[in-house]
Write a protein that binds this ligand. Structure first.
Ligand code: IPM
Ligand code: MG
Length: 366
């Protein structure tokens, strides 16, 4: 049995509540000798600011770099609305992504059969949905320079963000998309705004060339990002793998969450480059949802996106595909049995949902 080091960063708001449930699930896997963990803990976001005056301390960054994987809750909340921009809670997450080189963000949108009626879309549009949004995560307008508010000296200011992509950044995320499509339904939809953006023109060019050179067997199509947003709510099952930049991927994955019933259902994995020597890659796993300050502390949050993120960790960091399948099947069992948190139309508490997942795991392991 492998022993791996994992850093837990619960963060703010509902982060600690959903992390408490995934810790029980982690413990289940240790008790059943699926894998052993050295668990470390750290602070990120507003709670790190309160403790250290930074969105993540250097000591916790060092722990994140040393860990085999990081499990992340959520950050932010109204309490920190007026802290300086450089140390706002989100800066901790962005630094983790950038400094760990986590360029590939996998955001699967899967509609569990039992939840097809919880979606705001008609059942027939979402039932059986299984798409993968692949978001570039370390480039684009999130990190481009200059990024500032400039005083123009005439009573006016200018807010500037810079959208920038280099060939290698587009190529490496494209590669992940094509490789992934080969293991799924063999189709990639690449999305940009080349009708108005130079970075989009380059994005398109690089994806087309990569496809022609190395992946001609994969079906490739292109959709402008606005049109893709529309298609996602019109006919989402037309997609398999969607590959897009950092900002479009942020928006489109929130849209896609409602296809699955709730933002509380979407897990994600953020992966770095595979080290050619060790064969390992840096990785961080987090629910797509945020810290939900409106329901924090009430025991109402849905822990399934967090638990699903741990399933992705088992699959992508530790090669435990069967254990990941079992955990995802246990989550489906729970939903099929009718257990629902408030976001998917029920009354179950966060820990009752956790209890139900553990019971379903026990049944499947029996
Ligand atoms: C996400 C979030 C983050 C992002 C925020 C919290 C910085 O919305 O992971 O989708 O914009 O990337
Ligand atoms: Mg987002």
């Amino acid at each position: 049995m492998q022993t791996r080091s994992v850093l837990l960063l619960p963060g703010d708001g509902i982060g600690p509540e959903v992390m408490a449930e995934v810790e029980r699930v982690i413990d289940w896997h240790q008790r059943h000798k699926v894998i052993a963990f050295n668990l470390e803990r750290g602070l990120v976001g507003g709670c790190a600011y309160d403790a250290h005056g930074a969105a993540i301390s250097e000591a916790d960054m060092a722990k994140a770099k040393a860990a085999d994987a990081v499990l992340f809750g959520a950050v932010g909340g109204p309490k920190w609305d007026s802290v300086p921009y450089e140390v706002r809670p989100e800066a901790g997450l962005l630094r983790l992504r950038k400094d760990l080189g986590l360029f590939a963000n996998l955001r699967p949108a899967v509609c569990f059969p039992a939840l097809a009626d919880a979606s705001s879309l008609k059942r027939e549009l979402v039932e059986g949905l299984d798409i993968m949004i692949l978001r570039e995560l370390t480039g684009g307008v999130y990190f481009g320079e200059p990024k500032e508010i400039r005083d123009l000296g005439n009573g006016q200011k200018r807010g500037i963000d810079t959208q920038v992509y280099d060939t290698y950044e587009i190529e490496r995320i494209g590669r992940v998309a094509f490789e992934m499509a080969r293991k799924r339904r063999n189709k990639v939809t690449s999305s940009d705004k080349r009708n108005v953006m130079k970075s989009g023109v380059l994005w398109h060019e690089v994806i087309v060339a990569l496809h022609k050179r190395d992946y001609p067997d994969v079906q490739l199509e292109h959709q402008l990002a606005d049109a893709l947003g529309m298609q996602l709510v019109r006919a989402p099952k037309q997609f398999d793998v969607i590959v897009t930049d950092n900002l479009f991927g942020d928006m489109l994955s929130d849209v896609a969450s409602m296809l699955t019933g709730s933002l509380g259902m979407l897990p994600s994995a953020s992966l770095g480059e595979t080290d050619p020597v060790t064969g390992t890659r840096k990785a961080l796993y987090e629910p797509v949802h945020g810290s939900a300050p409106d329901i924090a502390g009430q025991g109402k949050a849905n822990p399934l996106a967090m638990i699903g993120s741990f399933a992705m960790m088992l699959r992508y960091s530790f090669g435990l595909g069967e254990a990941a399948d079992r955990l995802e099947a246990a989550m489906a069992d729970v939903l099929a049995s009718g257990v629902r948190t408030a976001d998917i139309g029920g009354l179950a508490t966060t820990s009752q949902m956790g209890d139900a997942v553990l019971a379903a795991l026990d049944k499947r392991a029996a």
